[in-house]
Design a protein around this ligand. Structure first.
Ligand SMILES: [Zn+2]
Length: 222
């Protein structure tokens, strides 16, 4: 006699049970695939309005000139906030100095990011909805360059690192709120290319602390 499988008292033949299971899997696959496709056709993100200050810190929007290697102007869907550190611990290597630096370098090579933050000021170098070259993963689909907003945190000695982190957390929260991104969208440069960046945050084992700072800022917005 063939053995059946009982579900809520209804006896099912094994073959029918397998058919049901496969059908459920197919429907699940179609739903997930459809959602991904819809997401793809959502098109490029529209940039959120410029704000003059975030958490009491001025935001200076000084964009890199258009149509240079570092600013190809490619529009994309924003999926991540990618946290970096400048790795430059020389005196004077604050946000203003990096703003000058990236304006020069982006004209020469595929190098750019969206914001640089120190303890006193935030500079914006690229519109949020344009591709930048900071995550070391070229233009990989759904990658850090293709879909991330790159934020560089300064580590120069005259900048208060903790305050710079606080400012970066406020900026990240503002962007995550503006583009409706979940906590898992908050990434380290390391997540995309393996580079030891943001170096101090990683080496001091403070990434979770930083994520909590962003979470608190996001909570305050609700
Ligand atoms: Zn980096």
């Amino acid at each position: 006699m063939k053995q059946g499988i009982r579900i809520r008292g209804v006896k099912l033949r094994p073959r029918f049970f397998v058919f049901l299971l496969l059908s459920a899997l197919c429907i699940f696959g179609l739903i997930v695939g459809g959602m991904r496709l819809l997401d793809r056709y959502r098109g490029p993100s529209e940039e959120a309005p410029y704000v003059e200050q975030i958490g009491g810190i001025p935001v200076i929007r000084d964009l890199i000139e258009e149509d240079v290697p570092g600013r190809p102007g490619t529009l994309r869907t924003i999926r991540y906030i990618v946290i970096h550190e400048t790795g430059n611990d020389g005196k004077g290597a604050g946000a203003a100095s990096h703003n000058n630096y990236i304006h020069k370098e982006a004209a020469l090579q595929t190098l750019s990011w969206h914001y640089t933050v120190d303890d006193k000021v935030i500079y914006q170098h690229l519109p949020d909805n344009e591709v930048g070259y900071h995550a070391g993963d070229q233009l990989t689909e759904d990658g850090g360059n293709m879909c991330g907003i790159g934020i560089e945190v300064c580590v120069n000695p005259e900048s208060d690192y903790d305050k710079a982190l606080e400012n970066a957390a406020a900026l990240a929260a503002r962007l995550m709120d503006a583009y409706d991104l979940p906590m898992k969208a908050l990434k380290k440069h390391q997540d995309f290319s393996g580079k030891n960046c943001p170096q101090r945050l990683i080496e001091q084992d403070r990434w979770d602390e930083f994520c909590d700072m962003v979470k608190q800022q996001l909570k305050a917005k609700k």
